[in-house]
Design a protein around this ligand. Structure first.
Ligand code: SF4
Ligand code: MG
Length: 316
């Protein structure tokens, strides 16, 4: 049944022209216990909105969210708070997400204080352990975020996310702002913590190399919809959707395993989400588009083991 399940989740806001923009449009996803689900797409495709919906930081206007067997769609107040502590988030921007006026110890211990977990002394001890868990020292607790490098600041963010022993951690582009040289360290730390603590991750990224490396399964998102879903290890070789192939083609050549179809390089900007194209939303940019694609919307359908694609030509 999965740790968390989103059924036909949608979210919209009204634009200046009073039209509904659906950043997330009828997305269904399951994250299993202890699993990493990678979520890939261009910026503006709805990945971050989906993450915020999942954590109930933003309200949805359609669909249901089931967490550990419990329908949390309409949950509010104390009961929502109770569930929310089991889902934490790691952010892309460690400047914006770590309060510069708080010490590292106060930042990491804040969730413990908010939820009144243990005594002050127990909280301090827990913070020491958390810093060690993420490869920092307890001596760092008295210092401030600006005294640390980007990679170390992300470790602080991870320690804070782990404080309440969550089941699910949503990682929103956690290494995109880091130097290439420290990305692997943080990715490996996340993988090690997952194993050690039995965490499940929703790992949002536009970096296909990292996503295929870290994810058990990968979901590809385009204009608010999931267009392909497949095992992480199959991404490079088995991806079928023209959009996925195009993303793979854009991966720098020093990752030869992840080679896509060069002729499928996606050109142009994603269309305006206010009025998504009819039929297949990808058709204006798809080099394989046919007449049918302009009128009929392809559904996400199974084409192999753990592999689903939303494309009229996927079976062909
Ligand atoms: Fe391209 Fe048509 Fe497939 Fe959409 S349905 S991805 S337009 S071939
Ligand atoms: Mg984003």
């Amino acid at each position: 049944q999965g740790l968390i399940k989103y059924h036909r989740l949608s979210s919209g806001v009204f634009s200046a022209r009073s039209e509904k923009i659906h950043a997330v449009d009828g997305v269904s996803l399951i994250v299993e216990k202890g699993e990493t689900l990678g979520l890939v797409g261009e910026s503006g495709c709805g990945k971050s909105t989906l993450a915020r919906l999942i954590l109930r930081l933003e309200n949805h206007d359609g669909g249901r969210i089931i967490f550990d067997g419990q329908d949390i769609t309409g949950l509010a107040g104390k009961r929502l708070r109770c569930i929310r502590r089991r889902m934490q988030m790691i952010f892309q921007d460690t400047y914006a997400s770590l309060n510069p006026r708080m010490t590292v110890g106060a930042i990491v211990g804040e969730p413990l204080a908010n939820y009144r977990v243990g005594t002050r002394r127990e909280q301090k001890e827990k913070v020491r352990q958390l810093l060690q868990t993420v490869g920092l020292s307890h001596e760092h607790a008295a210092r401030y975020p600006h005294e640390f490098s980007g990679g170390q600041r992300q470790r602080i963010g991870i320690a804070r996310a782990l404080a309440l022993q969550p089941d699910l951690v949503v990682c929103d582009e956690p290494v995109s702002n880091l130097d290439v040289s420290v990305r692997a360290q943080i990715v490996n730390l996340l993988m090690q913590l997952k194993k050690q603590l039995g965490l499940a991750y929703l790992f949002i990224s536009h970096d296909l190399t990292i996503v295929s490396y870290i994810s058990d399964r990968v979901a590809i998102m385009y204009l608010g919809k999931i267009v392909e879903m497949l095992p992480g290890g199959d991404l490079a070789v088995k991806a079928r959707h023209p959009y996925t192939r195009a993303l793979l083609a854009a991966v720098p050549v020093h990752h030869p395993r992840l080679r896509g179809d060069k002729e499928l390089l996606v050109e142009g900007e994603p269309p305006d989400p206010v009025s998504p194209p009819a039929g297949c939303r990808f058709h204006p940019r798809c080099p394989r588009a046919q007449e049918k694609c302009r009128v009929s919307e392809p559904l996400l359908e199974p084409i192999g083991a753990g592999h689903q694609v939303a494309c009229h030509l996927a079976g062909a």
